[in-house]
Ligand binder design. Structure first.
Ligand code: SF4
Length: 362
């Protein structure tokens, strides 16, 4: 059966080369200006894989822990996460069934060089569809990019092998082309370009219900460049990125228990209701990174920060004071929190009204 989607199209050479990316050295167009980060030998970051990049976007700390963390601190995926993974795998298989004949390169798991050699051999042969392929590209930082697109589709066009080339596609269980999907798709296109010598005209996302989305590479490649740069820098550090508990992303993470313990031990501000990552970044610029500092802050001053407002600022400072005093403090109507330090006598004993601003919660 012929593939129903995406339909192969003639590529006239893909997009023009964008501004040189900082860290990627193209075989045909070496980027002389790429900075030499050159720290990979020190701490073992040799391969920057699709999965690392995907997780880095959601949480830089997660990418770091996945790479260097003590696996014994990880917890097993929840039933809910297992179900999601299974649904996603079923969806992928369902889509791939439309692509025939489908070729799979043979290699041992994690043996990226063998995987890359086997994949390039299939591409050079000109097979129509390749799944579970591996493609690699060297960077000026001596870290190898490892792209593992769900599908490589042969289309008419130019490449080092002749008048055909490949367009990458990722199959996602989500309904929308989220930005993190798009940046990973751009990552595939970048590595494909390095291997075949010309840009694919796009990189596809095949979404739930068979919807397809062609990623705008001109738009996403500069973002990808920034992302790769930041990711390589962060993963070369000795210490993991700062913990930040945001339930929307942490609840399904295998490192949650480890991170939450650390956040509790350090009384991290992300545990306070209303301290979202965006707000925390503003607090950080004011050096308000501890409960004590926030408890002593002036709510009126905080209220002018983007995304705060009077009510949020007041509640946040109030909450910090409650945590610092290790007791709930009643909120008095229309009264701004007192500035810390409060003496023991100043701390009221009753009534207690703890609040939780659900709209402002991470
Ligand atoms: S629990 Fe949260 S902070 Fe920790 S690694 Fe996972 S997503 Fe990141």
């Amino acid at each position: 059966m012929a593939a129903s989607f995406p339909q192969p199209r003639r590529s006239d050479g893909g997009l023009d080369d964008p501004a040189p990316l900082r860290l990627v050295t193209y075989p045909q167009f070496p980027n002389q200006n790429a900075p030499d980060v050159n720290a990979s030998d020190k701490n073992g970051l040799q391969w920057l894989t699709t999965q690392i990049l995907f997780h880095y976007q959601r949480c830089p700390r997660r990418a770091f822990l996945d790479h260097y963390g003590d696996r014994q601190l990880k917890v097993a995926p929840s039933d809910y996460l297992e179900k999601l993974k299974q649904d996603s795998a079923d969806h992928r298989q369902q889509i791939l069934a439309d692509y025939y004949p489908l070729h799979r390169p043979r290699y041992l798991a994690q043996d990226w060089l063998a995987g890359s050699a086997a994949t390039v051999a299939l591409m050079a042969k000109g097979v129509n569809y390749i799944s579970q392929g591996v493609l690699t590209a060297e960077t000026a930082a001596h870290i190898t990019l490892v792209s593992t697109p769900d599908l490589l589709i042969r289309v008419p066009g130019d490449s080092i092998w002749g008048d055909w080339q490949y367009v990458p596609a990722d199959i996602k269980f989500g309904k929308k082309p989220k930005l993190d999907y798009q940046l990973v798709a751009a990552f595939h296109a970048l590595v494909v370009r390095n291997v075949q010598g010309s840009w694919p005209e796009t990189s596809w996302l095949i979404l739930r219900e068979g919807k397809s989305y062609a990623v705008d590479l001109q738009k996403q490649l500069p973002r990808l460049d920034d992302l790769l740069y930041a990711c390589m820098e962060d993963l070369q550090n000795e210490a993991p990125p700062e913990v930040f508990i945001a339930h929307s992303r942490c609840d399904l993470c295998n490192w949650f228990s480890h991170c939450h313990s650390e956040a509790r031990a350090t009384q991290h501000l992300s545990l306070l209701p209303g301290v979202t990552l965006a707000r925390y970044n503003h607090l950080r610029k004011l050096n308000l990174t501890t409960v004590a500092a926030l408890a002593a802050a002036n709510p009126a001053k905080l209220s002018t920060l983007p995304g705060f407002g009077e009510s949020v600022a007041e509640k946040m400072v109030h909450q910090a004071q409650a945590v610092l005093g290790d007791r709930a403090i009643p909120r008095l109507t229309k009264q701004l929190p007192q500035r810390f330090p409060l003496s023991a006598e100043q701390l009221p004993s009753a009534p207690i009204e703890l609040y939780f601003d659900s709209d402002a919660a991470p």
